[in-house]
Each structure stands twice: as C-alpha cells, then as structure tokens.
Design a protein around this ligand. Sequence first.
Ligand SMILES: *Cc1c(COP(=O)(O)O)cnc(C)c1O
Length: 394
Amino acid sequence: MEKLIYLDNAATTKTAPEVVEAMLPYFTEHYGNPSSIYQFAAANKEVIDKSREKIAGMLGAKREEIYFTAGGSESDNWALIAAAEAYAGKGKHIITSKIEHHAILHTCEYLEKKGYEVTYLDVDEEGMVSPEQLRASIREDTILISVMFANNEIGTIQPIGELGEIAHEHGILFHTDAVQAFGHVPIDVDSLHIDMLSASGHKFNGPKGIGFLYIRKGVKIRSFIHGGAQERKRRAGTENVPGIVGIGVAAERAARTMEERTRKEKELRDYMISRIESEIPYCRLNGDRTRRLPNNVNFSFRFVEGESLLIMLDMKGICASSGSACTSGSLDPSHVLLAIGLPHEIAHGSLRMTLSEEISREDADYVVDALKEIVGTLRNMSPLYEDFMKKKQA
Ligand SMILES: *Cc1c(COP(=O)(O)O)cnc(C)c1O
C-alpha cells in the first residue's frame, strides 16, 4: 500500500474497529424500531439508554439530559434556534464569538434575519475570548451566550468555566460547541456552568451522522424536529440505533484512552511545533501554545500558498488541511485566521495538521521533512520571496 499519513482528525476521525463491531448487530439482528411494543424491538430502548448513560457519565450529567441528534451541526442549530425562540419573551440578544464553526455563525445569521441581535466577540492573537469583554457585552435583553469549547482550526481552548460563570451570574443561558473537545479534554458541565453542549460522534472515533445535545434539566427549549415522541418528544424520528450504540462505545473508549492518548498526542504535537519553528524560517504558530487541543498543529508560512502546499503534501501521501475556505470556491481566507489578526496573504499560507494516536514519531519526522522541502520549493518559485530576499541582502 502507498504511504498514507492522515493528519486531518479535526475534519473527521477513523471509526474505531470496536465501535464498528458493536454497531453491526444493530443493522442485521436487532433491527427493530425501539418504539414497537414487542420484546424483540423494545429491548433496543434499553440499549439507547445505556449509550445515553455512558455519555452523561463523562459530562457529570444525568441520563435524561442527553438528546441524540444527527451530528454537531444539528446540535448547534437546535441549541441556538430553539433557545432563541423559547426565551424570546425575555429578550432577543445573543452573544457568540467571531471564531465559531459555521454551524453556529450561519445559524446566528439566520436568527438575525428573524429579528434577533447578535454580538460577535473578538478574540486576541491566540484566539482567546476575553471574559471582561463578554461581561461588557451583556445587556438586559441578552438571552443566550454561545462560545465554542475548542476551536477546530487553531485548537485554542477557551476559558469555558469563567465564561459560563459570567453567564450564570447574569441568569443567562450558556451553550458551548464542544465538538472538538468532547472525548479529547475532560468536561464537567456543572463546574464549568454549561447549560447546553453540542458534540459529534465522528470527531472522537465514532460513526458519522450521530451526535448529541446536552440540555440541562430545567432549561426551556423547544423541540427541533417535530413528529413522534422520541427523545422525550424533543427530537422526533426513529432512533438511529446503530449510530447511538456506536457513539456510546466511542465515548466509553474515548474516556478510557483519554489520558494516555492525549499525552502521546501532546508530546508529538510539541515535537512537530518545535521542529517546524527551528527548521523552517518565516513561519508562525497559530493558536495558543499551551491552552490548545492535544492534537492540533497550525502554522502560517510566509510566501507560500496553502493550496499548493496541500497538493504537494498529498503527493507525498500526507492528508492535511489549509486555513482557507477555498473549497467553497471563495478565495477568502478563513474567518478564524482573520479574527486572530493575520493579514490575508499570511492567512493564505496556512496549514492545519491534526494528529491521532496512530501517528508515530517516524511519521512526524517524515511530515516535517516533507514540509521543509515543499516550503523551500514553493518559496523558490515565489516572486514575492525573491523580492524579500533581495531587499534583505541589500
Ligand atoms: C465538525 C464540527 C462541527 C460539525 O459537526 P458535524 O457532525 O460534522 O455536523 C461543528 N462544530 C465544530 C467545532 C466542528 O469541528
């Protein structure tokens, strides 16, 4: 087999074999609809609740506070839209940050069209939201604050407990998009003052198309999908039993392996960062150096175009991601890189590599060696770099 080094675990992860194995019988043997009355199918109800319990346990939550959805995007949409509607009588102001995932940002834009007002908090150069700025942005009519736990591009982990505490001091609902964090960093919803939390199975070695929304007991929130009585009447539709089994096993596995896995990832992350910084000139680490996801490496390289970098890495069997939104046909650099203050031309030369436990030190060396060579090649082709070097020597 050709070499394949997968460094795009923020986009999606490999479904763990034990997860697939646990799911299979629920396609072919235990395929009954959990709402049916006969034993054959009704047993699946218990299976669903077992998964709910595993996830709740990881968050310090109660079983009945976990609602299964079709993934992170749905959980984010549900949390924002349904909370906005339920609390509209109190006010129509929402606070979020400039570096959220589009599942949050585009939902906020939708709500703005529906008459809500949204404040988008700035972040500092490391991508950190300021608790003081949050406090200053709160108004009489603020009903919801939503700040992501950890950023999917630059890996910065927010001071969630502090932000949640400020929200609660003012009696405001606090939601966090924890899609990048759940299964990768410990989360306790009580001590962090979280009222709602979104997560997605395929970001922690579970299946795609299944996620959950944690909703604290007592939070007024409307149902999002109307129909049958599933998920305590809040999210209709025949349960995705194999997916729910899979996400439960993936959560359990993530909890069990978290300490060892993230220790290994952090070590490799910091090794790659230090090699890149010392061996490739004119680069910049994006995101906070220590308060960052264990598996995130994100750099900008001056005089380099991110897309070319990705294509040349791909030719060497390396899967990574750039910081631009070029995939959508637009040439705008990512909103996250612009929010941390990178000029367009530097943001364009960005590269995100997100590791997994399967990456070895040899792989990391191979990647950094390749990167060094490719950055050199691309710079040698760049007129801007030529000008820069001429001026430097003059
Ligand atoms: C991947 C991701 C999402 C979307 O999750 P899906 O399950 O793909 O819908 C939302 N927020 C963040 C931070 C993500 O990384």
